[in-house]
Each structure stands twice: as structure tokens, then as C-alpha cells.
Design a protein around this ligand. Structure first.
Ligand code: FES
Length: 259
């Protein structure tokens, strides 16, 4: 799913996170060097790194929060993972901040212990973030052959017949994610007409709009479940159920769905 916090399609969060990772791990390394060598200049460097790490972590959190609310599919395993990722990050920043406030030679052991805990949490958070990026494809902008650019529209909450696209807007096998109030609906052009189906894969909540649609079948990007776009029928697991579909009409060059 394309990141909501992006520059020309490139997600911002991954650009920013190397800074707090480097600064905070560097803090621990320099504080350990202070203890092992007795050189107090390492302690000063550790202090600068710690404050830089805390500030850059808070800055990196901004696009992360935007992606949490705007990009990660709701009611999905990815949403739970993203919540844990954010919570671990917040906690480790607090841990480093406490260590920073205690920075004096008398509590050096406690400071290093806190920073060690914070660094372990950094690795756990990095693991979760990696899974979100490389497995859940959060921030990945689809570019499979013929898919076209990421296409998304928001329509105020409504019911009945809703205008969702011009008839020539999508080429064959292209999709568009339409938000109708809280509902997320995928509009697709199968080449034999338009189809509309729910965006949520019933396996673990992957966004089908971020998957691939070929020959009237949509494949979930997370674990590969496949569904018939017209009927919603399950064609291949690991999902076990069908997905919901919506009636579609084309009239005078406009595509409508019934919600
Ligand atoms: S979420 Fe697992 S196949 Fe779709």
C-alpha cells in the first residue's frame, strides 16, 4: 500500500529511522567506552548522541503515525503489528530519555543498563518494522506490469448508487481503492467490465487493492489468497471464506456502485 507520508511516492518513515537507530546505539557504545577506558570525552559524546537520538526518533515518529492511521489496512494483522511497533518505539524513547536525565558518573551503571534495555527494544522494534515493510508491504507502491499508478479516492459516507469513476479511467486489470465513509471498496476493470469488492482479505486483513488483479481474479499481496472479483468466491487459500462484492453499473461513461 502506498504510504500516505511520502515524497513523490517514496515513504518518508524509512528515510528517517536510520538516524535514531545510529544515534541511540552509538550512545550505548560511547557510554561503555567511557567506563572501559575512563576517558570522559566519550561520556560527553554519548550525551550528545542520546539527545540527538531522542529528537530524531520523535521526528521519525511523525510519518510513522501518519502511516499507522492512513496506510496500514484496518482490522488486519499488520495493524496489530504496527501498534506494537509504535508502542515499543515510544517506550524505548522514554527509557533513553530517563537515562539522559540521570547522566552523572554516580549512576553510570544504571544508565548503561537502561540504554541496554532501550537498545534491545530498538532491535525488537526494527524486526517488527522490517516485517511491516517487507512482509506486509506497508509503503510499497505497486508497480506490477500494467497495474498503473496507485489510484485512491474518498467519497463522503453515502448509500445507494454512488459514482466512483469515469468508464475509461481504469485500463484492463487496473484497480482503484474507493473509501465510502468507513467502507473500503476496490473498483477493478477486468477487461470484461467493472467489478467492485471489499478491500479486506478475510485471511488476515491484507489490502486487496495492493495486490494484483489478472483475468478477473485478485490475489492478496500478503499470503497469496485468490478471489473471483465478480462473485467474491475463494479460489485459493490460505483464506477460507469468500469476500463481499458490490453491484456495479456503467451508464453514459460513468461507473456506479451500489453500497
Ligand atoms: S491476508 Fe493472508 S492471504 Fe490475504
Amino acid at each position: 500500500m502506498r504510504s500516505k507520508a511520502n515524497i513523490k511516492g517514496h515513504p518518508i518513515h524509512p528515510i528517517l529511522i536510520p538516524f535514531p537507530i545510529a544515534f541511540l546505539i552509538g550512545t550505548l557504545i560511547f557510554d561503555i567506552l567511557r567506563v572501559t577506558t575512563g576517558n570522559t570525552s566519550y561520556w560527553q559524546t554519548g550525551s550528545y548522541l542520546e539527545i540527538a537520538g531522542i529528537i530524531t526518533a520523535l521526528i521519525a515518529a511523525i510519518p510513522g503515525v501518519i502511516d499507522y492511521f492512513g496506510t496500514v489496512p484496518p482490522e488486519s494483522s499488520g495493524k496489530k503489528r504496527a501498534a506494537t511497533h509504535g508502542l515499543v518505539n515510544l517506550t524505548l524513547v522514554v527509557v533513553f530519555a530517563i537515562a539522559y536525565t540521570l547522566r552523572d558518573d554516580s549512576s553510570v551503571g544504571l544508565i548503561i543498563a537502561l540504554e541496554s534495555v532501550g537498545t534491545i527494544m530498538l532491535f525488537i522494534s526494527g524486526w517488527l518494522g522490517g516485517t511491516l515493510a517487507y512482509r506486509n508491504q506497508i509503503g510499497v507502491d505497486i508497480r506490477y506490469a500494467g497495474a498503473g499508478k496507485w489510484n485512491e479516492a474518498h467519497i463522503a459516507d453515502s448509500s445507494g448508487l454512488i459514482e466512483v469513476a469515469a468508464a475509461d479511467e481504469l485500463k484492463t486489470d487496473q484497480m482503484k481503492l474507493v473509501h465510502v465513509g468507513e467502507k473500503r471498496i476496490v473498483l477493478g476493470n477486468t477487461g470484461k467490465g467493472y467489478v467492485a469488492f471489499e478491500d479486506r482479505c478475510c485471511h488476515k486483513g491484507g489490502s486487496l487493492a495492493g495486490g494484483a488483479m489478472i483475468c478477473g481474479t485478485v490475489q492478496c499481496p500478503w499470503h497469496g489468497s485468490q478471489f473471483d472479483c465478480k462473485t467474491g468466491a475463494l479460489k485459493a487459500g490460505p483464506a477460507k471464506d469468500n469476500i463481499a462484492v458490490y453491484p456495479v453499473q456503467e451508464k453514459d461513461g460513468v461507473v456506479y456502485i451500489s453500497v
